[in-house]
Ligand binder design. Structure first.
Ligand code: IPE
Ligand code: IPE
Ligand code: MG
Length: 228
């Protein structure tokens, strides 16, 4: 098994970042795109092999039409601008979540990006769009039914998360990677997503390495003491 980390980030706080500056919410989303670039560039340097970013949830469709369509446009523009850079830097991009409700031009751009970056091996970047973990679990359950095992479920859903980061001070999962986070280390930071830097990511990874993961077992040192 590779010891590269699977880090997942709930990129929250774009709206509040903008409000604090007297700007419209969409300005926060624009600045959020810069934070995405920073984090993608930094992730491989910190031993992250897979990075899953929560960009748009199923429940985000309930936002005003204006914000939703601005977000979709921004995502499209991001893909147009960044695909080449992903190819050059070995980033393999993959979208997770539903595609049938996304604007058709955005789906085409996603597919094009996925095709063009398929050979990337430096970072596996998973972009969660129109994503709901409950829907993903339900979908997998329907596909597997009686033959379901923990392994077959994980294969359909995705790799276990090692480190889950949420920005903006909120401490909840908001329907993100519920199955995959079974033993994830959770790190909550007050930083709003548009202000999230390479140094913030480094601090989160450091925090991860300070934690002791036990997976339901006992601390190795206790094991040694017990058998002594
Ligand atoms: C996260 O920032 C981006 C999306 C959910 C698309 P928000 O837009 O949720 O920002 P806040 O939580 O309102 O500050
Ligand atoms: C979760 O953030 C979704 C994304 C970051 C894409 P939200 O801002 O939508 O979540 P809640 O409403 O605070 O739980
Ligand atoms: Mg939010």
């Amino acid at each position: 098994m590779s010891d590269l980390l699977h880090a997942a980030i709930i990129m929250d706080g774009n709206g509040r970042w903008a409000r604090e500056r007297g700007l419209p919410r969409i300005a926060g989303h624009h600045e959020g795109a810069s934070a995405v670039r920073r984090v993608i560039e930094a992730a491989p340097d910190f031993g992250i092999g897979t990075l899953t970013l929560y960009a748009f949830s199923e429940d985000n469709w309930t936002r005003p039409e204006r914000e939703v369509s601005a977000l979709m446009k921004l995502l499209g523009r991001y893909l147009v601008q960044e695909t080449k850079r992903c190819m050059e830097t070995g980033v393999r991009l993959q979208a997770i979540g539903r595609r049938d409700r996304l604007p058709a031009p955005l789906v085409s751009l996603l597919e094009e990006s996925e095709r063009k970056t398929a050979a990337g091996t430096r970072l596996h970047l998973r972009l969660a769009l129109d994503y709901s973990s409950r829907s993903a679990i339900l979908d997998a359950a329907r596909r597997l039914s009686a033959s379901a095992t923990e392994e077959s479920f994980s294969k359909l859903l995705g790799p276990d998360v090692d480190l889950l980061i949420r920005t903006s001070g909120e401490q909840r999962l908001s329907d993100f990677l519920l199955w995959e986070c079974a033993y994830a280390e959770l790190v909550f930071t007050p930083r709003m997503w548009p202000s999230f830097t390479r140094e913030d990511l480094a601090a989160c990874v450091e925090e991860f390495y300070r934690r002791e993961r036990r997976f339901g077992g006992i601390r190795p040192v206790e094991d040694v003491l017990r058998s002594a």
